[in-house]
Design a protein around this ligand. Structure first.
Ligand code: XMP
Length: 512
């Protein structure tokens, strides 16, 4: 398979760059600049390299640099922002500090060399997205300017003979009108790619790889019903069938119908070797009287591991423990020398207690959107593949105060009504996450001739791309009205519905 190297100099959007390239059917992998040698780059046979942006100044000796010989390796390179400046600097050009002024946000790009292969199909004037203070003031011989902006004398440059291209703007963000076209020109016109990466085909290759590697081995997977563990299960089942044992710990804190959907899908439809452990009573007993949110999370996490361990012990020795780790969980960062692997283990803590020989992480090369595509290709139901994020501790962090079965029933019903109403919106209008929270505040209501004194339920919906920050969703009033009316009519125990209009920050998405 053709491969592009995204050489990471500490940029904010590195993952976006790799995803854009993969969307164009070329496999891309991200490596920090200080974790891959030029020799390794040569040996891997990358068809092209992209230098990412980064927050530093190239003329500062402490900033990330790379062996300048990379420019003579005969591999096409596209430098973006810091990556462009670094390319110019390594070649002998000059990069300056613009002083107070910089160039940030939407900017008009003027292509001065329309016949340049990087700009094929891009009009002479278009909007690009800039974010820089330093600029390239002088180019070394062999390089020429190919685009400018009002402020920036070198918005793009190239040394066509050596297939070295640089752009000061960020083609990976959607604000750059022709950003995807820049990538496609680089990949297809400059690197000569054929475009052999198709997620569905790659999924088949992963299945075949694991069919070979796991032949005759017993594999254990903790299935939660979340997207990553569900796709891991479907993929490994396609590879090794009954040798995969899935343990689904139902902690009783799932949403309405969710546990049954998981069982029906994996045991019913796929015929998998699935053990469902209905441990709701056990979790509730442990949570009884616990009010502190962090204590709830800790108890749920620990109890989950305990239940899983007990099941695993009944199964006995397994050869392999499978995990739903995905690519963003293992990408090393190029931000400074302290780069660390963020190893995210869905079943943290297990390896010490359960006896197994190796770990399999079949999704470790895929981004979340690719995991979803693989899930659809493997025949998983839409509701599972496009499930909105749901916290591991489940409704345990959505019941404020003491958690009881009665409150869980109320919350499940109210949440189901709200989700049903929001789901009537076209998919592109639905928020990133929408759910109900049950408060421990009661208020007076009136139904018929009776006074009621029921719980207050909060409806929460947020728009966000990354969940680090989020805006409260401006849901249509009609949706809120129908949800409120249905909840108070259909869910006994609730007398008041409120809508949360807090963004993150200062609030968080969840209440607890
Ligand atoms: P917050 O509340 O931190 O939520 O703004 C951001 C995103 O993380 C999810 N979330 C969790 N997920 N375990 C999880 O697996 C947790 O304890 C947890 N707490 C919050 C939340 O649903 C949102 O998508």
């Amino acid at each position: 398979m053709e491969k592009i190297l995204v050489l990471d100099f500490g940029g904010q959007y590195d993952q976006l760059i790799a995803r854009r390239v993969r969307d164009l059917h070329v496999y891309a992998e991200i490596r920090p600049y200080n974790k891959i040698t030029l020799q390794e780059i040569r040996e891997t046979g990358y068809v092209g390299i992209i230098f990412t942006g980064g927050p530093n100044s190239v003329y500062n000796p402490a900033s990330p640099h790379y062996d300048p010989e990379i420019l003579n390796a005969g591999i096409p390179i596209l430098g973006i922002c810091y990556g462009c400046q670094l390319m110019a600097y390594m070649a002998g050009g000059t990069v300056c500090d613009a002083g107070e002024s910089g160039e940030y946000g939407r900017t008009e790009l003027i292509v001065s060399e329309p016949e340049n292969p990087l700009f094929g199909g891009i009009p002479e004037k278009s909007i690009c997205w800039m974010s820089h203070k330093d600029f390239i003031s002088e180019l070394q011989e062999g390089f020429r300017v190919t685009a400018v902006t009002d402020q920036c004398p070198t918005a793009a440059m190239c040394n066509a003979e050596k297939k070295l291209y640089g752009i000061q703007f960020h083609p990976e963000v959607t604000h750059s009108e022709y950003g995807q076209r820049v990538f496609s020109n680089f990949l297809y016109k400059i690197c000569g790619c054929a475009g052999d990466y198709i997620v569905e085909d790659y999924t088949q290759q992963i299945i075949e790889k694991y069919r070979r590697e796991l032949a005759g081995k017993k594999v254990l997977l903790a299935l939660s019903g979340g997207v990553d563990s569900s796709v891991t299960a479907a993929l490994l089942h396609a590879a090794i069938g009954d040798d995969l044992i899935c343990v689904f710990v139902d902690h009783g804190l799932l949403r309405k119908g969710e546990g049954d959907l998981v069982e029906q899908t994996f045991k019913g439809r796929f015929g998998m070797n699935l053990i469902r452990v209905n441990a709701g009573g056990r979790f509730l007993a442990k949570l009884s009287g616990v009010l502190d949110p962090e204590a709830k999370r800790k108890i749920i996490g620990e109890e989950f591991i305990r239940v899983f361990e007990e099941e695993a012990k009944k199964i006995g020795h397994v050869n392999v423990l499978a995990q739903g780790t995905i690519y963003p969980d293992i990408i090393e960062s190029g931000k400074g020398d302290s780069a660390v692997i963020k190893s995210h283990h869905n079943v943290g803590g297990l390896p010490d207690v359960i006896s197994f020989d190796e770990i399999a992480e079949p999704l470790k090369d895929l981004f979340k959107d690719e995991v979803r595509k693989a899930g659809m290709a493997l025949g998983l139901p839409y509701e599972l593949v496009w499930r909105q994020p749901f916290p591991g501790p489940g409704l345990g962090v959505r019941v404020i105060g003491d958690i009881t079965e009665e409150k869980l029933v109320i919350l499940r019903d109210a949440d189901a009504v709200f989700r049903e109403e929001v789901d009537k919106l076209p998919q592109e209008k639905r928020p990133a996450q929408y759910f109900a929270v049950l408060t421990d505040t009661r208020s007076v209501g009136v139904m018929g001739d009776f006074r009621t004194y029921g719980y207050t339920v909060v409806l929460r919906a947020v728009d966000t791309d990354d969940f680090m920050s989020a805006e409260w969703s401006r849901l249509p009033y009609e949706v809120l009205e129908r949800a409120s009316s249905r909840i108070t009519n259909e869910v006994p125990g609730i007398s008041r519905v409120v809508y949360d209009v807090s963004s993150k920050p200062p609030a968080t998405v969840e209440w607890l």
